[in-house]
Design a protein around this ligand. Structure first.
Ligand SMILES: C[S@@+](CC[C@H](N)C(=O)[O-])C[C@H]1O[C@@H](n2cnc3c(N)ncnc32)[C@H](O)[C@@H]1O
Length: 306
């Protein structure tokens, strides 16, 4: 989308003018990036999708006790809509997938329409970091979903802003299911973010390709490598694209420089404890109604209410 391209260029220029260069994870998701993400979810090392789906299957039959009348499901960063299809039932009248990957949500919504022909699906292109004006015609009762450990992908504590805006978007007496990855062994974490199939590497290096396509930077993907490491002090997995050599490039009239071995951060992925997640939810105006996790306590799905 034209506007999205301008936002991407503006943010890259702003962030690459700083000493430590960072790119927000929302820019990973052009159509190709969304497809690479789906590949990551199939890798044997990436436990997140497998465990979360198992938890959702377990709670699917119980969640409609949460609401008595017809409801609308609102999914922030819906991606393939694979997980929501585990939870959909006859009491759901509307499903609003919200996503920044425009072509991808349209495709995913068409697939879902075939599976659930009576469900009214309204795919909505947006940046979920902001308040979203939902269509007036949808039901009063709204249940939000924020899955895939995306709550961990904010820099500088911006997850609090997301949760506050989600509360405004969904309105009073709404619920929000949030999937959060839990702190665990360094080896398991680092394997998950550096899968042997190289999908995470391709997903992150796709940003170089996206810059070339949208900003004519003429960078060579082979001049970069990828790594993801645990920052134990911050309980975050940090992913980087690393420049293999000194290189100059321009964006419009602005000149930039990558030093040899310079790291450009392309993702942050916060890992929670029950207590740190609970603190975050409370400070953002939500109450924890319930939570579910796997036996090993690798991952949890929290149900929040206003
Ligand atoms: C980590 S993936 C999760 C996908 C899916 N929910 C799952 O659980 O597998 C993040 C999804 O959120 C979308 N996304 C990322 N940042 C976004 C933003 N700021 N606004 C809207 N969508 C965003 C991406 O396009 C992608 O589909």
């Amino acid at each position: 989308m034209k506007n999205e391209r301008q936002i991407f260029i503006k943010e890259i220029i702003k962030n690459f003018s700083k000493k430590e260069k960072k790119i927000s994870s929302k820019f990973h998701y052009d159509l190709r990036g969304s497809k690479y993400f789906e590949k990551i979810t199939t890798s044997k090392e990436y436990y997140i999708t497998r465990i979360e789906k198992k938890i959702l299957k377990k709670i699917a039959s119980k969640i409609n006790v949460t609401y008595k009348s017809l409801t609308s499901f609102i999914e922030f960063g819906s991606g393939s809509t694979d997980k929501i299809s585990i939870l959909l039932n006859k009491k759901v009248k509307y499903y609003i997938p919200l996503d920044i990957s425009f072509d991808f949500i349209n495709k995913s919504s068409n697939i879902l329409r075939k599976k659930f022909p009576r469900l009214k699906i309204i795919p909505t292109y947006c940046d979920y970091n902001k308040f979203i004006n939902l269509p007036n015609k949808i039901t009063k009762v709204k249940i939000g979903f924020f899955l895939g450990s995306s709550i961990g992908n904010f820099y500088n504590g911006d997850e609090k802003i997301f949760l506050k805006n989600a509360k405004r978007t969904l309105g009073n007496s709404s619920y929000l299911f949030v999937g959060a990855d839990l702190i665990k062994n360094k080896k398991i974490l680092e394997k998950a973010y550096n899968d042997s199939g190289g999908f995470a590497a391709r997903f992150n290096l796709n940003l170089v390709r996206r810059m070339n396509n949208e900003m004519h930077t003429k960078l060579k993907i082979n001049d970069f490598t990828y790594i993801s490491q645990l920052n134990k002090a911050n309980s975050t997995m940090e992913s980087f694209v690393i420049s293999k050599k000194n290189q100059n490039f321009s964006i419009g009239t602005k000149k930039f420089f990558f030093k040899k071995n310079e790291k450009i951060q392309t993702e942050t992925s916060k890992k929670f404890t029950f207590s740190s997640f609970s603190k975050l939810a409370k400070s953002s105006g939500w109450k924890i109604k319930k939570y579910w996790c796997d036996k090993k306590k690798y991952y949890a799905v929290f149900l929040l209410s206003c």
